[in-house]
Design a protein around this ligand. Structure first.
Ligand code: F6R
Length: 261
């Protein structure tokens, strides 16, 4: 199915955006752009470095990439991935971990090399996290930098787990989750009390180093954060608005998420 863009830029926006009829159409369009880059890089013998997100937003995009692998032979052998975040503390084998999520949603179903997959380690000793965060950012740089960074957006405008107030210069580090975020993510735990209070996340500075950034947002609940990020002044109290500083960033949204634009 070809995804169709309903609308693109208005004059007053500070970040370009594309509106799709449905989340499925938007997700397919993003998967096609990723597949095109993977294949272009294959032709010239290069790796394709992807920055990946978890959460419900990218699920249909991962489903489409798996379909392309199975039905169209799209290979992930030249793909290197870096995930944005992981709860802290969190064991990778836990069914609530983002390691587990990524295995289930993508990695187990495609031919990506195990050594090319990176998800922040939620088992690092707390004293070592500072150094670990710097080494995660260095690994990204050593891989050549992120070619396409995929982002979702929190209802409060967070990107990765950079909650309101995060510095635009931040690198990968330990953060405290907003209550709002813990509540939004409680659906994956049996009780709110079980949702970790902290997480390791790539920083806004780490994200802004990516060559291209695609932020995906579906549904009415994201409309307010999308509107503030695209139309209002950039501010650390709406982390996604800091993407205005990037020269190759686009929001891919559905009709419901575009309601306030
Ligand atoms: C997840 C992440 C978060 C989510 C955001 C939206 O790796 O970095 O920023 O993208 O919380 O979550 P969903 O997609 O579940 O609405």
């Amino acid at each position: 199915m070809m995804a169709r863009t309903l609308n693109t830029n208005l004059i007053s926006n500070k970040i370009p955006y594309e509106i799709y009829e449905s989340s499925k159409q938007g997700a397919i369009a993003v998967a096609q752009m990723i597949a095109t880059l993977i294949k272009e890089k294959q032709r010239v013998g290069e790796n394709c470095v992807l920055g990946l997100a978890t959460g419900s937003t990218p699920e249909p995009m991962y489903a489409e990439l798996i379909r392309m692998h199975k039905e169209e032979g799209l290979s992930f052998k030249n793909v290197i991935t870096f995930n944005l975040d992981e709860y802290y503390p969190m064991k990778p084998e836990s069914s609530q971990s983002y390691h587990y999520f990524m295995e289930k949603q993508l990695f187990a179903h495609v031919d990506i090399k195990e050594e090319n997959v990176h998800v922040p380690d939620g088992t690092i000793q707390e004293n070592d996290i500072k150094e670990y965060g710097a080494s995660y950012d260095k690994q990204i740089a050593d891989a050549g930098g992120i070619d396409i960074q995929i982002l979702g957006i929190g209802n409060n405008g967070h990107i990765g787990f950079n909650e309101p107030g995060a510095s635009r210069y931040s690198g990968t580090r330990l953060i405290t989750l907003d209550e709002n975020t813990r509540e939004a993510n409680a659906r994956n735990f049996s009780h709110l009390e079980e949702v970790p209070y902290r997480a390791i996340t790539m920083g806004i500075g780490s994200i802004l180093k990516s060559k291209k950034i695609m932020l995906l947002a579906w549904g009415d609940k994201k409309a307010d954060a999308v509107q503030k990020s695209i139309l209002e002044e950039a501010t650390e109290s709406v982390p996604a608005s800091l993407l205005q500083a990037h020269n190759n960033c686009v929001f891919i949204i559905d009709t419901a998420a575009s309601r306030l634009l």
